[in-house]
Design a protein. Structure first.
Length: 482
C-alpha cells in the first residue's frame, strides 16, 4: 500500500496530518501491511534523507510537470519512504503551502499536482521500482488528484482510498489550470473536478476514489450536511455508501507521562500526585505564580476561527475570576495571536501566551495543566484531547467530530458508570464554554472526584491499534472486490 501525504512528522508537520502520516503507516506495518509513504522532498525531508538512493526519474510527456527524481529512504520508525525530489517546486522556505509571509505559493497546483501524479505512477508501476502496491491511499486535497489520475488511466489492478482530514481546505484553483495538470478536458465536469467553475483537488479525491474515509465516525456524518460539508455535503451524501469514519490514533510511546523526557516529573495512573511537579514547572516556565490554590487551564492549538479560541478570549475575564490561570501555546491568525499576547501582558498573574510552537512546552502543558481547553467549532478528529486524557488532564471540549467520539461528559450517571473523562458543551458560544469551564473547576475542587475522572481518561486506549485494524479490513475488502 502506498500512503501519499503532503506532510510527514518529524520532518515536516503543520498539524495532525503530519502525525498521522508518521504513525498510521508504522501501525499498519506492525499489523503486517507492506506500506510505503510518499511525500515531497522539501528541504527538511531532503536533509533527513541525505544519502538516499535515486530509484526513478520521472519526466512527463508534454512538460506538464518539471522532471523529478524519486528518492528512497526510511522514517525514524523504519517505514520505507519515497520522496519526490523536484527543487523547482519543493526547495523553499516557509511551510509546505505558504511563503514566510503566509501567502499561498502561486504554483501550489503544480506542486501538489506533481505529488498526486507520481503517487498514481508508482501505484501503476513505475519503471525502476519493482514494488507495485494494490492500494493507493491519498490524504487531503494535496493528493486529491491521485484517484483522478488512476481513474483516467482505466486500470483495475490498483484501488484508491481518499482520507479527508480537514474538509475546509479544498485546493481550489482557476479552471484553466486543468491544462497544466495532465488531466483530460472531460475531467472538468460537474461529476469530475469542477467546483463552481473552478478546479478542486479535494472534490477530485471525493469523486474518484474507490473508498472514502474521514478521521472520526461523528465527522463522517457531519460532513454530509450543509453546515460542515463546506459545499461538498451533497456529493459526500451521494457517496455515503463508501464513506467510513475511522478515529485517528497516536503513538503511545511518544505521548506517555510515565516515560516522557519533556516532563519535570514522570507519573502514571497510580502516581498522579507526581503530576503536581509538572504544574509547578509549567508555572515557573511561563512566569505564572506557583500555586495550587486554583486550576491551570492549558491550550495547545492553532489559533484559528475553527479552533474556537475567540470564544475563550470572550470569557477571559470570567475565567480569571473563577479563579483560574491560563497557559496558551499556538500560532495562526495574527489577530488572535495579538489578542492573546495583549491578554498575557495585561494579566501576568493569571495568563501566559507563547506564540509559536515548542514541542517540549506542548508536552509540559499537557502534563502541567489541570484542565485542557478545546472549544472547536469543528474538529474532524483532534489529537490533543487524546493526549490530555492520557496525561490525566481532563479536557473541556465542544461536541463535534472526534471530540464527541472521545470525550464523555462528566455527570453523576457517567461518573457512576466509570465512563466520564471530561466536560462537553454543545453550542459554539462563549456562554456554553464558560458553563463547561465552571463545571470543570467545581469538579477540580473535589479531589476524590477529580482523581476518578483523571484515571478514567488515562485508562482509554487511543493508540492506532483499533484504527489500523479497520484500515486493514478496508484495504482487504477493496482488493477482494477488484
Amino acid at each position: 500500500m502506498l500512503f501519499a501525504a503532503a506532510e510527514l512528522a518529524p520532518w515536516m508537520k503543520t498539524g495532525g496530518l503530519g502525525e498521522v502520516a508518521a504513525t498510521l503507516p508504522a501501525a499498519l506495518r506492525a499489523a503486517g501491511v507492506d506500506v510505503r509513504v510518499l511525500v515531497p522532498a522539501y528541504r527538511s525531508v531532503r536533509e533527513a534523507l541525505r544519502g538516499a538512493r535515486v530509484v526513478a526519474e520521472v519526466t512527463q510527456p508534454g512538460g506538464a510537470y518539471p522532471p523529478a527524481l524519486l528518492l528512497a529512504g526510511a522514517t525514524p520508525a523504519g517505514v520505507p519512504v519515497f520522496a519526490v525530489d523536484c527543487p523547482a517546486l519543493y526547495a523553499r522556505g516557509g511551510d509546505p503551502y505558504c511563503d514566510a509571509a503566509g501567502h499561498d505559493w502561486p504554483d501550489n497546483h503544480l506542486r501538489f499536482g506533481l505529488l498526486s501524479k507520481i503517487a498514481a505512477l508508482v501505484a501503476l508501476g513505475l519503471p525502476g521500482i519493482e514494488w507495485v502496491p494494490h492500494i493507493l491511499h491519498c490524504n487531503d486535497w494535496h493528493t486529491g488528484l491521485g484517484p483522478a489520475y488512476l481513474h483516467f488511466a482505466a486500470v483495475a489492478h490498483v484501488r484508491s482510498v481518499f482520507t479527508i482530514h480537514n474538509i475546509a481546505y479544498q485546493g481550489i484553483f482557476p479552471g484553466d489550470t486543468l491544462d497544466q495538470l495532465a488531466l483530460p478536458p472531460r475531467a472538468f465536469a460537474m461529476d469530475g473536478v469542477e467546483f463552481h467553475g473552478k478546479l478542486s483537488f479535494l472534490k477530485a479525491g471525493i469523486q474518484y476514489a474507490d473508498a472514502l474515509t474521514t478521521v472520526s465516525p461523528t465527522h463522517a456524518r457531519e460532513i454530509q450536511g450543509e453546515q460542515l460539508g463546506f459545499g461538498l455535503g451533497g456529493l459526500l451524501h451521494q457517496r455515503a455508501g463508501v464513506l467510513t469514519g475511522i478515529l485517528n490514533g497516536f503513538d503511545p510511546g511518544q505521548w506517555n507521562p510515565a516515560t516522557d523526557a519533556h516532563l519535570a516529573q514522570r507519573y502514571d495512573g497510580g502516581t498522579l500526585e507526581a503530576k503536581a511537579a509538572n504544574k509547578s514547572a509549567l508555572q515557573r516556565r511561563l512566569r505564572l505564580p506557583v500555586t495550587d490554590d486554583m486550576p491551570l487551564l492549558g491550550v495547545v492549538s492553532r489559533l484559528t476561527h475553527q479552533k474556537g479560541l475567540d470564544l475563550l478570549l470572550a470569557v477571559a475575564r470570567e475565567v480569571r475570576e473563577l479563579p483560574a490561570q491560563l497557559a496558551v501555546l499556538g500560532s495562526g491568525d495574527k489577530a488572535l495571536e495579538r489578542q492573546f499576547s495583549v491578554l498575557a501582558r495585561a494579566h501576568p498573574q493569571r495568563c501566559a501566551a507563547v506564540i509559536g510552537f515548542d514541542e517540549a512546552l506542548a508536552h509540559l502543558i499537557e502534563a502541567g495543566a489541570d484542565i485542557f481547553v478545546m472549544p472547536s467549532r469543528f474538529e474532524p478528529c483532534g489529537l490533543n484531547q487524546m493526549y490530555s486524557l492520557r496525561y490525566g488532564t481532563p479536557p473541556v471540549v465542544r461536541a463535534t467530530g472526534g471530540l464527541a467520539d472521545t470525550v464523555v461528559d462528566c455527570d453523576e450517571t457517567t461518573l457512576a458508570a466509570g465512563t466520564a473523562n471530561g466536560f462537553v458543551f454543545t453550542g459554539p458560544t462563549p456562554q456554553g464554554l464558560l458553563a463547561a469551564l465552571r463545571r470543570a473547576v467545581i469538579a477540580w475542587r473535589d479531589r476524590a472526584r477529580w482523581r476518578q475522572l483523571q484515571r478514567n481518561g488515562m485508562r482509554a486506549d487511543f493508540s492506532w491499534r483499533a484504527g489500523a485494524q479497520r484500515y486493514c479490513e478496508l484495504y482487504r475488502a477493496l482488493v477482494v472486490a477488484a
